[in-house]
Design a protein around this ligand. Sequence first.
Ligand code: CUA
Length: 662
Amino acid sequence: MKSIFKPLFTVAAASLLLASCGGPTDKKSSQGAIAGNAAEKVYVAPGEHDSHYAFISGGFSGQLAVYGLPSGRLFRVIPVFSQDPEKGYGYSEETKPMLMTSHGFIPWGDSHHPDISQTKGSVDGRWVFINENNTPRIARISLETFETEEIIEIPNSAGNHSSSFVTENSEYVVAGTRFSVPFPQKDMPISEMKGNFSGALSFLKIEPETGHMNISFQIKMPGFSYDLSHPGRGKSHGWFFFSTYNTEEANTLMEVNASQNDKDYIAAINWKKIEEYVANGGGKMVPAKYAHNTWDDNAHSATTVMEKEVLVVEPSEVPGAIYFLPTAKSPHGCDVDPTGEYIIGNGKLAASMTVHSFTKMIKAIEDKAFDGDAYGIPILKFDAINYGMLNQPGLGPLHTEFDTRGNAYTTFFISSEVVKWNVKDLKVLDRHPVYYSVGHLMIPGGNSQTPDDKYLVAMNKITKDRYLPTGPEVCQSAQLFDISGEKLELLLDFPTIGEPHYAAGIAADKIKSKSVKLYNLEENKHPYAIMSEAGAKVERKGNEVHISMSMIRSHFAPDNIEGVKVGDKVFFHVTNLEQDYDVPHGISMIGAQTSELLIMPGRTATFTWEPKQVGIWPFYCTDFCSALHQEMQGYVRVSPAGSNTPITFTLDDEVPGTEEEL
Ligand code: CUA
């Protein structure tokens, strides 16, 4: 113990951080803040569509939720990093490989920052990327199918927090380590962290046509914590900015020991320069083990490739590519305005916000205006790069987004508010309380040159009295503001799934016409797909029984199966023969140690069942698909182990496909 006062300080600091404005006494003012026509502004009449999609991270649920704005209606939860019995994701044989990692099958993840792909500096609605914080990964989700198509693990990283933001033409999506670790991992005393751990910043190339990701290079940075990041854009395109904390390189009691330095840094990375270096043979391939999981929409299946090496770049090898920008204490958000000129550090423990100028940064680099270095990386002189400070705008600034009119909107966790300010003038223009303790905020198109100037969504950690109570655990919540006028106008509260960590938004027009309605049966290349009921079959391979089954309103083919024995492993490979929009069927089997499957028209999916008991066991459709949904069912006869009941499979007492037209 270095000082007896430290624990006291800790308690005080903790209570300061926990204290949020608001609580029941604020209720009157919150209601008073609602303008009379707020309801009208969020009302989307029955049958009408919302104007925007909001993709809100599920945080510790590991998923991504799709909402409409301005209504706040939840449309769909896209399973990404966690198993989802509702969709059979991570339970079906086809989707299980999506959750493979170098640590084996991981059923859960902590999803954080969704970001939509961009073309020429605007969100294009092709894919949304999202990072996993706990077992570092980045996922890519198709905005045609709204399904997770690819997950790549990030090696040499831990706590993949400063991720997954994309550059203005979707050249790269980045990952950055929050916990620095030995690089490569090794057995060593934790107390020897300082100078011996590293922080990997990873740049993943995005293939322009398919969206496929590959780790292009990893930069082996000093062992700080890399918290958040944003790409340069416009004039600063080609650069990426990462906020850091724990430049102290402390390994214990971080809330005190990682807050000693008056300034931490924003790391400025000239990725164009590093890209060039790598293209000319720079960097070194080093062994690394990480999973790369890809979904194939033709085979209706995912595969895992365990990668074995990664290209590592040491900062010292590429002089002029990496600089540190001193920034007020322990910055959290690191945000770049739509013009690419202003780089904003949200110093969560500082009274002021730091605004750096890209133009000044370039000049400072040319002038070699350095203030020493950290592990060989030049530290630029604060005064040479700083545009100005926004002094005392609130308590605990976390994140900033922008409109196209030169305004910034910053969340303040401790004072529970969103503050609107003009970046150029460094003047606060408006402030509005939120309920309560806001983390991120989102303006559709926020990480781009062309944000929409209409809506702002604040994502709050604490809701207390805002909704009907549901026991000790209450929902976290989003709040919708209208930002089209001079003043922020609060329109709506809506609850979210998990923790609404961050979100990405986009005008609905950019997505809705491309949304896939069904899978073409003729293009289904799943090895067990069947094109009609005539293809149905049941085959025994040792103690495996493979059932190729179809589903169509309102029966399975076959629906009576005999010859299965205790000790068998039964594979239900089920094809939905429907070719109409919005006719999924489901299937579940009594005693199966997996979830039901919800199967879209034209798609094939598989679950396994290991019968433990002799008898006649039913399966049925889990999704209400027609007036005769309740009749959509079948039986499997399970005989004792070692018995010789022959395999038979029938529908209406015939082998499916051989009978008269049904
Ligand atoms: Cu098919 Cu219910």
